[in-house]
Ligand binder design. Structure first.
Ligand SMILES: Cc1ncc(COP(=O)(O)O)c(C=O)c1O
Length: 415
């Protein structure tokens, strides 16, 4: 039985990349860090950064960078309220103060005027988060940073390859951090990277990485098996025949097993777990180097898809569509809309065969774990309550996009 159903997500890993990993199962050098420096060099060239250093994750990259930068305890760091909780959690764990800034309501990006108003004599750094693949206005960020003597740390976890005025995110600030998990449009089956301007800071970070050991063979293979399973599960006919009907049953009980299996528990960092001290392996670097060859092609398709959806859905009753800033090349890692009853919209869309997600960001200024840093960020709070991610990935063609648009309009009764 082949049912027309569109999964929420499609991994960017190719079959060749998966075979590259499996083929090298018994090759010891594949699980050493021998070829990591080649990938670091290629990545730095791609971003246009002076240097790039492979790190275990974005949060560990941030932690290593904050240590290397030598900020004093109690230093304030400005960042958007709408972000992944592990970033302010790491800032707080390290003894710094996360200062939450509200977002602009339709770009989901840091409100830079508000950020400037919140600067105090203790403010040392600003984190522009290029959320959902859209670059923050980096002219404005650099201007604020210059005038107030702030360090700029770009959060590029969702913007690998995106450009502002032709320059890639991660090449503007003092530091940029990236994450390469299996659900990201650019993936090495785990791990991350930081880009760094100052060679002395880069040297300190490299030195700190010396004690880290490459990720184990079993961990890499497990990630590859998970990647292969995701590829299969999101195959259109398999998804339509098995996963989609199952998701509909789960939805009756208010459950979303996909979201639940990927969601990391939102809790404070109280110590750095042992598995955070792992380095990328050679075989993951091979996957990364291969992905660099086609990242721009995949980003261009998502950019086209995102623009198509935004244009066609604009003006739909009870729907806020994302806006794209001038000079920003949005790579639509996610296409996020807001509506007053997202449960209703997602249920109706699922019934019509369009799978959606609520995502894993938080309005961090509202979280109990950040009560000491609480502040009002109404746009972030509203976005978190109302947001829904529509499919936008690189394998969707115009026919599917048209179907998504007409389904949304039908659900919201404005055909
Ligand atoms: C915007 C953003 N920042 C930071 C992170 C944290 O990345 P990591 O899990 O590698 O620490 C994520 C994770 O996806 C993210 O989406």
């Amino acid at each position: 039985m082949l049912i027309r159903a569109i999964p929420r997500f499609k991994p960017s890993l190719s079959c060749d990349e998966l075979f590259t990993v499996f083929r090298q199962t018994f090759n010891d050098t594949a699980f050493s860090d021998l070829r990591v420096s080649y990938f670091e060099t290629e990545f730095a060239k791609f971003i246009g950064a002076s240097s790039a250093i492979a790190v275990p994750s974005a949060r560990m990259g941030l932690s290593l960078a904050l240590s290397a930068l030598g900020l004093e305890k109690g230093a304030e760091i400005l960042l958007p309220s709408l972000t992944f909780f592990s970033i302010p959690a790491m800032i707080a764990y390290m003894g710094f103060v996360p200062v939450f800034i509200d977002i602009e309501p339709t770009t989901y990006l840091l409100d830079l005027d508000q950020a400037e108003r919140r600067i105090t004599p203790k403010t040392r750094a600003i984190i522009p988060t290029h959320l959902y693949g859209q670059p923050v206005n980096m002219d404005h960020v650099l201007d604020i940073a210059d005038r107030h003597g702030l360090i700029v740390i770009e959060d590029c976890a969702q913007s690998c390859g995106a450009r502002f005025k032709g320059k890639r995110t991660g090449s503007f600030g003092d530091i940029g951090y990236f994450t390469f998990g299996p659900t990201k449009p650019f993936t090495t089956l785990g791990g991350g990277m930081i880009t760094c301007k100052d060679p002395k800071v880069a040297e300190k970070i490299r030195a700190a990485m010396h004690d880290f050991t490459p990720l184990g063979r079993v961990d890499v293979l497990k990630a590859a098996v998970k990647g292969a399973a995701m590829k299969m599960a999101t195959n259109r006919s398999l998804f339509g025949s098995f996963l989609w009907p199952a998701l509909r049953v789960f939805r009756v009980f208010g459950k979303d097993p996909i979201e639940e299996s990927f969601r990391e528990p939102v809790k404070p960092i109280t110590g750095i777990p042992a598995h955070y001290f792992r380095r990328l392996t050679s075989v993951q670097s091979d996957v990364g180097a291969s992905q660099l060859q086609r990242i721009d092609r995949l980003s261009a398709i998502r950019h086209r898809n995102g623009k198509y959806l935004a244009e066609r859905l604009l003006g739909t009753h009870d729907l806020i569509v994302p806006t794209v800033n001038e000079d920003a090349e949005h790579i639509f890692t996610s296409f996020v809309v807001q509506t007053s009853d997202r449960q209703y919209l997602s249920r109706e869309l699922l019934r019509m065969g369009v799978d959606t997600a609520t995502g894993y960001m938080s309005a961090c200024s509202d979280l109990e774990m950040f009560r000491d840093y609480r502040t009002e960020c109404p746009n972030a709070s509203l976005a978190i309550a109302n947001m829904l991610h529509l499919p936008v990935y690189h394998t969707l063609g115009i026919k599917e996009l048209e179907y998504i648009v007409s389904s949304v309009k039908k659900a919201l009764d404005v055909t």
